[in-house]
Design a protein around this ligand. Structure first.
Ligand code: ZN
Length: 74
């Protein structure tokens, strides 16, 4: 698909690292499947993946983690 951020690049399937901030916690999730813009590097994750990311983030917040680094497992 065409990148909606830079409007020039096309996205290609790959994996990316997502940073989420929830309250006091920072959650870094590696190896997230995404469509990545070949021009600006912006990434797009599906709704399903996004829901999983939010679940992982909530879990880290519940544990009281300040920084949590997770490898995404589909
Ligand atoms: Zn782009």
């Amino acid at each position: 698909m065409k990148c909606t951020l830079c409007k020039h690049g096309e996205t290609a399937p790959g994996t990316t690292t997502v940073n989420l901030n929830q309250g006091e916690s920072t959650i870094i999730i590696k190896g997230v499947p995404a469509e990545i813009c070949t021009n600006c590097g912006e990434y797009y994750v599906s709704e399903e993946i996004n829901a999983q990311l939010l679940r992982l983030a909530e879990e880290a917040v519940r544990k009281g983690a300040e920084v949590e680094i997770i490898r995404f497992a589909a």
